[in-house]
Design a binder for this molecule. Structure first.
Ligand code: SF4
Length: 236
């Protein structure tokens, strides 16, 4: 059963304005956490388009994750070359698969790696599932949260550079809170059903309006509730 969380007033107000402006997105997980995990590793430091191409190329070359794990690393590098940083990502992917295999064997399981990971996440608490994913080599707080939210439909919000920047400016998190630390803060203050819409909309707002350099505050619908604007005014 999901816990009920009462959001702080600033978050509630901002959420309402984001939904009014951008609508209610549909949260449709695919329940493929291992595919999501590998896809997220492939997406590091590259565009969505390139990482998707690398992912498709990888699964076309190696139809199962067990085959990816056991392949020659150079063959993995070749398969994912179009995604960039292939020589870093290929051993990272294989290390993650090796680690999962060890845990699966220790648990005495006979499931495929994919089914094993899904099973672990479905039977763990949200926090335990997050820690479990983070115990896999190459999986940081954001990657673990991406798998939980996008692939399992669980309310752990990934904090990327857009979510981090916009949240700080809006005063949802403190100015010294790191992106990694922000995961725990959002987990405590965000009602579960808000997690996906809030994530999607903060990213959209960061890309379209609240740019890293020169945010478009004069046309922003969050202008009146934004601490960044209030702080800028007080400096004048
Ligand atoms: S008012 Fe400016 S700083 Fe605040 S959210 Fe909008 S664009 Fe970003």
């Amino acid at each position: 059963m999901m816990t009920s969380i009462t959001p702080p007033p600033q978050l509630a107000h901002i959420y309402e304005l984001l939904i009014a402006a951008y609508g209610q997105p549909q949260w449709i997980p695919d329940y493929d956490p291992l595919g999501g995990l590998i896809g997220t590793i492939l997406s590091q430091h590259t565009s969505d388009r390139n990482s998707e191409r690398a992912f498709q190329q990888l699964i076309a070359t190696f139809p199962t994750w067990e085959e990816v794990r056991d392949a020659d690393t150079e063959d993995i590098v070749e398969a994912i070359r179009c995604g960039g940083l292939a020589s870093v990502k290929a051993p990272r992917i294989q290390a993650a698969l090796e680690s999962l295999t060890k845990q699966q064997q220790q648990a005495g399981g006979t499931l495929s790696l994919s089914d094993y990971l899904r099973d672990v996440l479905l039977t763990s608490s949200l926090e335990d599932g997050w820690h479990y994913l983070r115990s896999i080599p190459g999986v940081g707080p954001k990657t673990a949260a991406c798998v939980l939210m996008f692939n399992m439909g669980l309310p752990m919000m990934p904090v990327d550079t857009h979510v981090h920047r916009v949240s700080q400016r809006l005063g949802l998190i403190g100015p010294k809170v790191s992106a990694d630390q922000a995961h725990g803060i959002f987990a405590q203050m965000t009602p579960p059903a808000w997690v996906y819409p809030l994530h999607v909309h903060l990213i959209r707002h960061g890309r379209q309006v609240c740019h890293a350099q020169r945010p478009a505050c004069e046309t922003c619908f969050l202008f009146k509730v934004c601490l960044y604007v209030a702080a800028s005014k007080s400096k004048r």
